[in-house]
Design a binder for this molecule. Sequence first.
Ligand code: PRP
Length: 209
Amino acid sequence: MLNVALPKGRLGEKVYAMFEAAGFECPSIKEQNRKLIFENSEVGVRYFWVKPSDIAIYVERGAADIGVAGKDILLEYNPDVYELLDLDIGKCRMAVAAKSDFRDDPRRTLRVATKFTNIAKNYYASLDRDIDIIHLNGSIEIAPILDLSDVIVDIVETGKTLKENDLEVFETIVPISARLISNKSSFKFKNEQIEKIVREVSAQLKASN
Ligand code: PRP
C-alpha cells in the first residue's frame, strides 16, 4: 500500500486528479463527506487529506510515503525528504512587502514580520542585513500598517491582499510551487510505485506544456 498525503483544499484536488490519471485512482475520495482517509486496495493506494503545512512532517517521519508540499514549506522547515518533481501548480512567490512610502535605512535594524522566519533570516543573512524577526501566525499584512514591523516576508499569489491593504512588493525572494516529495526509505522500498507516479505525472506535465 502506498500512503499519499494530499494537501487539503483546491490544490489537493488538482493533485489527486494528476495521481488518478497516473493510474492511482480512488473513487471514494470524491464522496462529499468529512472523512480524511480513503483507500483503494485494488490499486494499492491510500490517500489522506492533511493541512498543507503538515505534509512534510508526515512524509519525513514515514507516516506517508509521498506527498505534495509547497516549496515555501520545504525551504522553511528543510525536512529530510527527497524532492522528486515540480508539479507546476500552486504557483506564487515569497516576497518582501511594505507600505509604498517605505525606504530602507541600512543604519537601522530592519523589523521583519513573517510566518516564515527561517526563509526571512536566510534571505537577510545573504544580504548581510541586521533584522529583528517578529514571528506571526497569520494576517501578516497588518504588521506594517500598525507599525509593528517595517516590512513583511510573505507569500504573494495574485497580489490582491497586498493591494487591498496598501502594501507593495519590494523584492521577490524566491518563486514557489507545489513539489512531489518522498520519504527516503519509502523511495527505496516502494520505488516501483513511486517511480511510476513520477513518470506518469511528468508525462502529463510535458503534455500540458
Ligand atoms: C497567503 C498570504 C497572503 C495571501 C496572498 O495567505 O499570507 O495573505 O495568501 O495571496 P494573494 O496575493 O492572492 O492576495 P493564505 O491564504 O495562504 O493563508 P494564511 O492567512 O494562513 O497565510
